[in-house]
Structure formats: C-alpha cells, structure tokens
Design a binder for this molecule. Structure first.
Ligand code: FES
Ligand code: FES
Length: 164
C-alpha cells in the first residue's frame, strides 16, 4: 500500500506523519499518533465509539479517510481540557453512574457536547434522539440521559447566576 504524508491539526497541535494513503482517521489517531480515546468498536459506522469532531462537526473516525482531514481541525476528548461544558458533562456522568466500562464514553461525551452547544435547553427526547447513534452496552442509557440533562441544567443555572 502506498504511503502518504499527512498534516492534521489534532487538539490544536499540528501533527505531521506518514501513513498508508487509505488509512482511516481512527487508524491514524490511534496507531500513528497514540491517541486512544476514540475507540474501535464496530469499525463500520454503527456504534459511535470512535466519534470525534472534525472542524467542529461530530464524525465517525472509522468511516472517515484521514486524507480528507488534511489541514482540518480534529478534536478528541483530550482536546477539551479546561472546557467548562465538557467538565460539567464529565462531572455529571460520574455522579450519575453513566461511565461503567468506559468504552463508549468519549464518543457519547463528544456527541452530547455538540448537542448542548447547539441546543442548551435540549429535552430528554432531543437528547435521546441525538445520542441514538452512540451504543452503550453497560448503562442502559438512563444514566447517560440523566448525566446530559443534569449537565445542561448546571450550565443554565451557572449562566443565570452570571447574569444576576
Ligand atoms: S467504531 Fe466507528 S462507529 Fe463503531
Ligand atoms: S459504559 Fe460500557 S459501553 Fe458504555
């Protein structure tokens, strides 16, 4: 297989490396860059455990050719350090018991993060619909739903107290 030079902006850092030309984004993140939070579950676009942001849009890294991400911004869970919404989500996931084996967690958090950025007042129905592409084998989903709704509530009250 032919190799190609890649230049990606991963978690705000320019990363240059050589990999097979048809490598997926998931393969280069995990194998070339050692970023293992995006998980290889189904490897065919079904489970959502490989979800990352590409130019701020959630994408299945297992279905995305790395070559299509040249010079784009790729964000994995490691890239959210210090982000207050992601911190609220992570805290509430812990409190609600929404993290068990953790295999689905980074994909779920990234999908939930994007939803709450766009829809800070998302209802339970909207959260469920939005996260329907992220499969979790452990939690039964209710704890994840609780975590997302509680994080949204926490953020709304923080914003309200900033305004008062
Ligand atoms: S590993 Fe990508 S969707 Fe399952
Ligand atoms: S916590 Fe185990 S798959 Fe979701």
């Amino acid at each position: 297989m032919k190799n190609t030079y890649f230049s990606l902006l991963v978690n705000d850092r320019k990363r240059e490396f050589i990999a097979e030309s048809d490598a997926t984004l998931l393969t280069v993140l995990r194998d070339s860059l050692g970023i293992t939070s995006p998980k290889r579950g189904c490897n065919q676009g079904v489970c959502g455990s490989c979800t990352v942001l590409v130019n701020d849009r959630p994408q299945r890294a297992c279905l995305t050719l790395a070559a299509t991400c040249q010079d784009k911004r790729v964000t994995t869970i490691e890239g959210f350090a210090g982000d207050s919404l992601m911190t609220a989500l992570q805290d509430q996931f812990q409190r609600c018991g929404a993290v068990q084996c953790g295999f689905c967690t980074s994909g779920v958090l990234i999908s939930a993060y994007k939803l709450l950025c766009e829809l800070p007042e998302a209802t339970a129905k909207e959260v469920k619909a939005n996260l329907s592409g992220n499969i979790c084998r452990c939690t039964g989903y209710q704890k994840i739903l609780d975590g997302v709704l509680k994080a949204a509530e926490e953020r709304r009250s923080e914003r309200q107290s900033e305004r008062d």
